[in-house]
Design a protein around this ligand. Structure first.
Ligand code: ZN
Ligand code: ZN
Length: 180
């Protein structure tokens, strides 16, 4: 099934959180581009700079993918990103590999869906978001909360370090509920 998001502008403002759930003030935060139609070149340049600093290669494809990612108002699937980036001749495996490279340097966050596929959105190093995801239309929006502190405390009590967490919430959105 093709994942399609409503292109209508929606409120997409939530505060970025660090891994402990503390609210972050970040000038680079992609949450500030939520309602922009086109991202400033400076944001794209900053992301490419981070890739260089992280030892990542800057290829034409990666630049196109980063540009495409700045244009979404919602988390997008690899296929949507491929289309937006104009990389239709590029196979999805290659797109995934590039998205993974971007994730490994903290430029994007991967959002797992219940069906095993995933969505992607821009983030900044040290930030993460939780989402509310409709299991019918796959629309995803950010939830302004984080369970970080409690999770961190419990995991530390088990003797763990380098702790991260993932929490996504699934349900049926109002639109889909009305149609059934
Ligand atoms: Zn829905
Ligand atoms: Zn969290």
């Amino acid at each position: 099934m093709q994942v399609v998001f409503d292109s209508g502008v929606r409120s997409y403002f939530t505060c970025p959180r660090d891994i402990e759930g503390n609210e972050l003030e970040s000038e680079l935060s992609p949450h500030s581009i939520g309602t922009m139609n086109s991202a400033p070149d400076s944001l794209i340049e900053t992301i490419l700079e981070r890739m260089r600093a992280g030892g990542g290669r800057i290829t034409k494809k990666r630049v196109r993918i980063v540009e495409a990612l700045t244009q979404f108002e919602h988390p997008a699937s690899a296929d949507e990103i491929r289309q937006r980036a104009g990389l239709l001749e590029t196979d999805l495996v290659t797109v995934y590999r590039n998205l993974e490279a971007l994730q490994s340097i903290g430029v994007i966050q991967r959002i797992p869906l219940e069906n095993g596929t995933q969505l992607f959105e821009l983030t900044a190093p040290g930030e993460h978001y939780h989402h509310l995801i409709c299991r019918e239309c796959h629309q995803a929006e950010r939830l302004d909360l984080c369970v970080g502190k409690e999770v961190l405390g419990r995991a530390k009590a088990h003797g763990y370090s380098q702790i991260t967490h993932v929490m996504e919430v699934y349900g049926v959105c109002k639109d889909c509920d009305n149609h059934s």
